[in-house]
Design a protein around this ligand. Structure first.
Ligand code: BGC
Length: 252
């Protein structure tokens, strides 16, 4: 199946057509800037622009950088508070002129890594942690996603963990790879004591540079970089939409 995947982030909104059977992009990826402030209508406008750019008529899957339950946004820490309570699925479907499914961005990356990436061969619990503007998490147990785990907001050193170990913190404080790697390690040690996964997969744009900081990330769990890198969100969003389309077909 071909599905348009859209990945909404704090700085960029990216889209591409995905071949969901093979987990590959069928078109170039288009990246537009996230509007500021990232109000719902402004973000929906960018979604509409992407749909028009790809001249897309089929199913669409979208990620969102916050908690999403049955299409409704419950948190949006790195966008604007006005998102809370918005029906993201309805808003984007109206903007796109076609049905759009919505899921958390880290969950989308987890689904994609499970199907085609670093979690594909894992038996048991795989935990994906995305390090970007914030910290996202996806818990996948033998291929089943437990959505909205939000482990980026665990309390570390008395504060929100993402304010200590996200990649945006490395950039803002100009931390060395060694110092930031040590922070990531400290955070992952907190996580592994609660979840005890078989493997921790590190995603987000910075996972491309894993060789620079992984040597400083000390954990008892095996830690590996994500394989799909900046395509994971788009591919996961598309897989999620495909899942919904197939389920709806079975029901009808
Ligand atoms: C949000 C998560 C999101 C992560 C990465 C966190 O601040 O709470 O829902 O997955 O940022 O965007």
């Amino acid at each position: 199946m071909k599905v348009l995947g859209i990945d909404i982030g704090g700085t960029g909104i990216k889209g591409a057509v995905v071949d969901t059977k093979r987990g590959v992009l069928k078109t170039d990826r288009l990246r537009l800037l996230t509007p500021h402030p990232a109000e719902p209508d402004a973000v929906a406008g960018v979604v509409r622009t992407l749909v028009r750019h790809f001249d897309w008529e089929g199913p669409i899957g979208c990620t969102f950088p916050g908690v999403v339950r049955a299409g409704i946004v419950h948190t949006a820490p790195n966008l604007t508070p006005s998102w809370v309570g918005v029906d993201g699925a309805d808003l984007f479907s109206e903007a796109a002129g076609h049905p759009v499914t919505v899921l958390n961005d880290a969950d989308a990356a987890g689904v994609a890594e499970d199907a085609f990436g670093a979690a594909a061969e894992v038996t048991g619990t795989a935990l994906l942690i995305t390090l970007g503007t914030g910290i996202g998490s996806a818990l996948v147990v033998d291929g089943t996603l437990v959505p909205n785990t939000e482990l980026g907001h665990l309390v570390l050193r008395g504060a929100d963990a993402e304010d200590y170990a996200a990649d945006s913190v490395r950039e803002r404080l100009e931390l060395s790879w060694e110092d930031w790697g040590a922070r990531v390690g400290e955070y992952l040690r907190l996580v592994e004591e609660l979840i005890w996964p078989e493997v921790i997969i590190l995603g987000g744009g910075v996972s491309k540079k894993a060789s620079r900081f992984l040597p400083y990330v000390q954990t008892r769990t095996r830690v590996v970089p994500a394989r799909l890198l900046n395509q994971a969100g788009i591919i996961g969003a598309a897989l999620h939409a495909e899942h919904h389309v197939r389920k709806a077909r079975r029901r009808s």
